[in-house]
Design a protein around this ligand. Sequence first.
Ligand SMILES: [Zn+2]
Length: 473
Amino acid sequence: MRLLVGLPVSEKLGRRADPAEVPAPEHELGQTHARSTDLALLHRAILRSLGHDSVVFACPAVPPSPPPRADRPRYELNVRVASDLKEVAGDLTVRFTPNRPTKRLVFRLWPNGPLQRGEGSQLDVGDATANGRTLPASRPDPTTLVLQVPLRAGQSVEVHLPWRLRVPLDARDRVSRFAGGIRLGSFFPVLAWDPRRGWITDPPARILAESSTTPASDFDVRVDAPAGLEALASGTKVGADHWHAHGVRDVALAVARFRVVTRIVHAPRPVLLRVAVARTSNVQGSTVLRMATRALERLSRLYGAYPWQTYTVVVPPDLHSVGIEYPTLTFIGASPILRVIVDHETAHQWFYSLVGNDQARDPWLDEALATWGQVQLGGGLPGSLAAAPADQFQHVGAPMSYWNGHQIAYFREVYGGGVVALSSLGTRRVNCALRHYAAQDAYRIAQPGDLLDALNRFIPGAERRLRRFGIRR
Ligand SMILES: [Zn+2]
C-alpha cells in the first residue's frame, strides 16, 4: 500500500505488524523527542551530502511536457453501489488501440489478489463482448483476465465488460466498507498495457503494496449511489455523480456522507482542491485543506505544474496512519502524522500518477520518490534510517517479489533507503533531475533507466554511485 512514511510509524509496525493498530496519540507524544533527534541527524546527513553540491548549481530550464498519448484507452465506467454498501455492480466499455500488434487484451482484477481476497474482496466479471460478439476469455490466475482479440498496431477495439465487486468491512487495503460509506481503489477491471513493453502481467504483491501498471487513460464515470450518500471520484465533476478524468492511470471512488470544503490553489495553474471528510471522522476539513494547499504549491514549484484541474483529498474514518494515492484523489488516514501523509500522497501525484512505473517490478520508482518529495516539504521522514550506515540499504531497487513477506524491510529500504540513496547525490541536483524526469516522462510508464538518465545528466557518476544501494537500470 502506498502507506506511510514516518519512521516512528514504521517502528511501531515492526512491533505490531499491523498498520491498523498504529499509534494512539499519547504514544506519538512520547516519541517527539526521539523524532526531533532523528530529524537533526538526517539534516546533518543531508548537509554532508551537499558537499557534493558545493559549487553553485543552477537547474537548466525544463522543456515542455508531452501530452498524454493520443491513442490512450478511453473508458466509460458505470458504478452502482448497493444500498447496504456490501456490493458494487458495474460495467465498463473501453476503447483500446495498441501501438504494436497483439493477439489479446489483458485486464487486471486487483481485488482478487491474495491479501485482498483474504480480507473479503472479490471482483467477478461477466462475458466480454465486442461488436455484439462474446470474446474468448481465460483466467490464468485470479487477478488476470485474458481476452482473445487479434489487433494490428493502430487498430481499435471497443470492449464491453460487466463486473461485480464484493466490498469487505473494515479492510486495510484498497477496497473497504466503513460505517456509512465505502472507499474503492483499483476496484474494476483495468487494462495493463505499457506502450513500451506490451502487457504487464506481474503477480500481485503479498504484502500491503501496489502491483498495478496501467497507461494514462481517459475515464467517463457515472455513479449510482444510495440515496443520501455522496460520490467523489478522480477527475472533474461534470454532473450529478458524473465525473471526467483525463490522462490518469486509474480512478478511485468514495461514497459516504461527507463534509466538503474547497478552494482554488495555484500549482501554478488553478486547481480546484476539494477536501471531503467522512462525517464519521473527527478531522477538521480546514486543517487538511491547508496542508494539501501547501503541498500542492510547494511540490509544483519543485517538480513542475500539477497538470490536472482538480485534486480531491478524502478522509475516511478507517485508514488511521496510512494513506493511499490515486490519480487526482488520495485517501488520507486521520492520524497524528496527518501532514506527513498528505505530503507523501500528494507527492505521488508526480511520482506514480503523472510519471507512472511498474509498481510490482520497480516499487522504489514511486515510493522512494514520493518519500523524497515528502522530505523536501519538511514533514516526517525516515530520520534514524538516514543516520544509519548506508550499507544497510542494499536492495532499494528490488521488486515486490523480493519484498513479499517482508513488510517492514520493504518500508525501511524502499522508502527510507531510497531517500538515503538520493541524499548521497546532493539535494538540489536531485530535485533538478526529478523536475526534468517529471517533464520528460509525464504520462509514461517510466523505467529505472529513465530516472538514472535524468540523474546522470546533472550528477556525475550518479548511476554508479547508486549501485551500492541496489539501484540499477
Ligand atoms: Zn507511497
